[in-house]
Design a protein around this ligand. Structure first.
Ligand code: GUN
Length: 293
């Protein structure tokens, strides 16, 4: 079994980005600028956004964090989105999800200028991704593709089971794994809470991408010998023995599954750091106006 070290690979990619940014700036070009909007004080979102800001520093980007309390109105938030759309200095921006229930996430996403949508959540980017056109690809699936590439993991003609059908991970992941290119060309099955033969599908899978947000869902008996396991889960499970009071827990029972795999991503240190670095790559593309001019 080989551990897929997302932390090490993400550090390497951040260095590559920082080098390119230094060259751009030395040649008189513009330093890429990412803005993030954070609403409320959800612990997970606070951590993710803080890590995104830190990654911007490491890459040599300018970053702006705009914060609102939970009682911000949808109109206020949409106004800020429109201001960022119009701000020529901001190359790309994100609105951290989830948003409070009184705000329509879909309305917010659709108000973002797709040319600045470095999260790749706007329907134009999702649509372009699904038919293989240049676009911003959402960060978690793109980070997983990068891991598969960097570890030379063969996906062509393989049976890939995606667990979960979220707009952020499951759906785009399935699309990308079936695309007519490496790392894709896989036969993809998407399983979810209503799937009847989920266990059987997993048992036949060469690659399992677990993204349903249920801690320890994938057990050893569900995994074929030699399978590749990508664990997207990051649930905060209460743990009184830790200073933080929780343990970040994946969707895979790592201890019992890992001896059966050829490759597996740990939690933390697997997919998580790659998600952030993929956002940095999209921000670099935005700074260079590489996709939409
Ligand atoms: N919430 C969970 N993942 C993400 C992400 O990739 N982007 C944003 N904006 N919110 C998220």
């Amino acid at each position: 079994m080989e551990l897929i070290d997302g932390k090490a690979i993400s550090a390497q990619i951040k260095q590559e980005i920082a080098q390119e940014v230094a060259q751009i700036v030395a040649a008189g070009g513009k330093r890429p600028h990412l803005a993030a909007i954070l609403v409320g004080h959800d612990g997970g979102s606070e951590t993710y956004v803080a890590n995104k800001v830190k990654a911007c520093e490491e890459c040599g980007f300018t970053s702006t964090l705009i914060r609102y309390e939970n009682n911000v109105t949808e109109d206020e938030l949409l106004d800020t989105v429109r201001q960022l759309n119009a701000d020529d200095d901001v190359d790309g921006f994100i609105v951290q999800l989830p948003l409070p229930p009184h705000i329509s996430e879909q309305r917010v996403i659709e108000t973002i200028d797709y040319r600045k949508d470095v999260d790749g959540f706007h329907p134009i980017n999702v649509g372009r991704m699904s038919i293989g056109l240049p676009c911003y690809i959402s960060a978690t699936p793109n980070g997983i593709l990068e891991l598969l590439k960097r570890y030379n993991i063969d996906t062509r003609g393989k049976k890939c089971v995606v667990l979960g059908r979220s707009n952020i991970v499951g759906k785009p992941m399935a699309m990308l794994m079936m695309q007519k290119n490496y790392p894709g060309d896989a036969t993809v099955t998407v399983c979810h809470s209503r799937s009847k033969d989920l266990v059987k599908e997993c048992q036949e899978a060469d690659i399992i991408i677990a993204a349903m947000g249920q801690p320890n869902f994938v057990r050893a008996d569900m995994v074929k010998e030699g399978a590749v396991i990508i664990d997207v889960g990051t649930t905060r499970v209460p743990d009184a023995t830790r200073k933080s009071g929780f343990k970040l827990t994946g969707d895979v029972k790592f201890d019992e599954v890992s001896p059966k795999c050829s490759y597996i991503t740990p939690v933390p240190g697997g997919v998580g750091p790659m998600t952030i670095v993929s956002l940095m790559k999209n921000t670099l593309l935005a700074g260079k106006k590489a996709i939409y001019g």
